[in-house]
Design a protein around this ligand. Structure first.
Ligand code: ISL
Length: 590
């Protein structure tokens, strides 16, 4: 059928270049390192490789601060290396998608250097400059009360050269581009053409729903009265201009190629605010990433990434169920990711990373992930069941600027609040261990040799020691019972059971706090699948047996077990209620 586009059934694999594979001894992953793993990716079942940024960058935010969009950062290699990688992927029928970071540039980009040089520079208006305000004590204060995303500081930076402030929703070193200026949009579109003409197959677009700011840049509502600056908030995301500009971008650039475009769209509005990006008739993007399912284990207010250990499964199910059901009603298309370079590892978050549970949990979550409607995104290491950093790692092992800024900001805040030089911060390490972005950034574990085969040099970030205990690709690709082999099998299973991709999603037993069950039914091909997952954490977090009580009117007389994460499940068909072992998951045909 016409609505079954190639990118809907595709498996996308996100490579975080710094931590993927170093072909030499630099300690950072390289493009030639990725090239050496193309066969590995193909055998897993990957169709599209998305590369996090590899462009020239001062690396204040791991390359999400770009100083030249048409150069490769020396850390990663050269344009020739990139072309080799592209060719190797294309030879195998795979595609290469680039990260497009155009909400902001680096402050070292020549555009910004010009813009900040004088008020009448032709590029002045390429960024967002505003005069200072003065408070009642006649002290200079920023143009509004917006807080930058990392830490607790203002989203405005004062620049002495021209006595004005510029806006940066992220780091000071990441000034926001002014999308209202048509010259800016044209420059971005030219750059996109340049990559697509070189053979790139599309883009993942960083915080693309932030590009239009609230008109007049007003103060944000005060949500945290004890903090100086406030989240820039809902008025500055998903604005109508974003859709206008994406339509323009599609017309000017994307529609000229058979390319792939996924937008990254944080925020907390309802599905109806996100669906329009992917509705085909709107001619914008193919799909967007939303973040509604990423805050289930975070505590609101207080520390920026505070962990909430007592989250409820029913709350999380409600989020997935809502997106699965409503996105179809709105004629949009879902993108399903559980991990990325900004998120901790899902086995540690949603299940148990205890050594005895870990493999089973990783397989259970593979069944869950692959049975959600939409395009699948696997993040590097997820296919090996990689987990969060160990509990005993010190704060000095964390490299991410967000973690460092949040940590510093919280220490300052507590010093001020308690009047003590050394306030109690013992909880912060535990928060980081469960929520920090670095949990997903530890280097890939290729084999059991020194530094896990990731590099012959000194790794830029500490490697998880468990690579010596079988948690590596070499051991797992050889073992038919491994997490890796299960991922390979499940990705393949998904493609041969299209109800997994396109079927209607029917949630069952939504209030159940132990199990997650749903039906995927594709009437076009007459396929009906029942998915039952035991996510009970039990009293000690190690899991518990559970029983799935099916609705009485569900006809299971022809049921057949198709796939499970536990071998030797006796019952091949359903008779009465389904009893599941701890962390067991099954998919039946009905
Ligand atoms: O996790 C988040 C929301 O739950 C945020 O980290 C959000 O994903 C992020 O702020 C936006 O991320 C993107 O843009 C940033 C960069 O640091 C991230 O790595 C990138 O994915 C600025 O470019």
């Amino acid at each position: 059928p016409a609505d079954r586009a190639w990118w809907k059934s595709a498996t996308v694999y996100q490579v975080y270049p710094a931590s993927f594979c170093d072909h030499a001894a630099s300690g950072y992953g390289t493009l030639l390192g990725i090239l050496s793993k193309v066969d590995y990716l193909q055998s897993l079942g990957v169709d599209i490789v998305w590369l996090s940024p590899i462009y020239e960058s001062p690396q204040e935010d791991m390359g999400y601060d770009i100083s030249d969009y048409r150069k490769i950062d020396k850390r990663y290699g050269s344009l020739e290396d990139w072309a080799k990688l592209l060719e190797a992927l294309h030879e195998r029928g795979m595609k290469l998608v680039m990260d497009l970071v155009v909400n902001h540039t680096s402050d070292q980009h020549v555009w910004f250097k010009e813009s900040r040089s004088s008020r009448d520079n032709p590029k002045r208006d390429w960024y967002i400059w505003r005069p200072a305000r003065y408070n009642e004590k006649n002290e200079r204060i920023p143009p509004n009360n917006w807080k930058g995303t990392f830490g607790q500081e203002s989203a405005w930076e004062y620049d002495e050269t021209t006595d004005e402030y510029y806006l940066h929703l992220f780091l000071t070193e990441q000034p926001d581009l002014n999308w209202e200026n048509p010259e800016v949009r044209t420059a971005i579109y030219d750059m996109m053409h340049w990559w697509l003409k070189k053979g790139a197959d599309g883009f993942r677009m960083d915080v693309i729903n932030f590009i239009a700011k609230a008109p007049g840049l007003p103060d944000a509502p005060v949500v945290q009265p004890d903090r100086e600056y406030q989240g820039f908030g809902s008025m500055s995301i998903n604005r109508p201009e974003v859709h206008e500009w994406l339509k323009e971008m599609n017309r000017e650039v994307l529609s000229h190629y058979d390319c792939f475009a996924v937008g990254e769209c944080p925020g907390d509005e309802a599905v109806a605010a996100y669906a329009p990006y992917s509705v085909r008739e709107n001619e914008e993007l193919q799909m967007v990433f939303h973040f509604h399912h990423q805050s289930f284990d975070r505590a609101a207010g207080g520390f920026a990434r505070a962990h909430k250990p007592d989250w409820k499964l029913s709350d999380l199910k409600k989020i997935f169920n809502t997106w699965q059901v409503e996105m179809a009603q709105e004629s949009g298309w879902n993108s399903n990711y559980l991990e990325n370079h900004d998120q901790p590892r899902i086995v540690s978050r949603m299940a148990s990373d205890h050594p005895e549970d870990r493999a089973r949990c990783a397989k259970l979550l593979a069944l869950f992930h692959c049975s959600l409607g939409g395009t699948i995104y696997v993040y590097q290491g997820q296919e090996l069941g990689m987990i969060n950093v160990p509990r005993d790692w010190d704060i000095s092992e964390y490299k991410d600027i967000e973690t460092i800024r949040n940590f510093q900001a919280e220490v300052r805040y507590r010093q001020k609040k308690t009047g003590q030089d050394n306030p109690d911060i013992s909880d912060l390490l535990e928060h980081n261990r469960m929520t920090a972005r670095d949990n997903g950034r530890t280097p890939m574990q290729w084999d059991s040799s020194l530094h896990a085969g990731f590099t012959k040099g000194e790794p830029w970030m500490r490697i998880h020691d468990d690579y010596r205990e079988g948690w590596n690709a070499a051991a797992q690709t050889k073992d038919s019972e491994s997490v890796w082999s299960f991922w390979q099998k499940t990705l393949c299973f998904r493609k041969s059971h299209e109800a997994m991709i396109y079927g209607d999603f029917v949630p069952l037993d939504e209030a159940n706090e132990d199990t997650y069950s749903y039906i995927r039914e594709d009437r076009q091909i007459g396929e009906k699948l029942l998915i039952v997952l035991n996510l009970a954490r039990g009293d000690n977090g190690r899991g518990a047996r559970s029983v799935v009580v099916l609705p009485r009117d569900l006809n299971v007389s022809d049921s057949k077990l198709l796939i499970s994460n536990i071998d030797g499940t006796e019952s091949q068909r359903i008779v009465g209620d389904i009893e599941l072992a701890p962390w067991e998951g099954r998919i039946y045909a009905l």
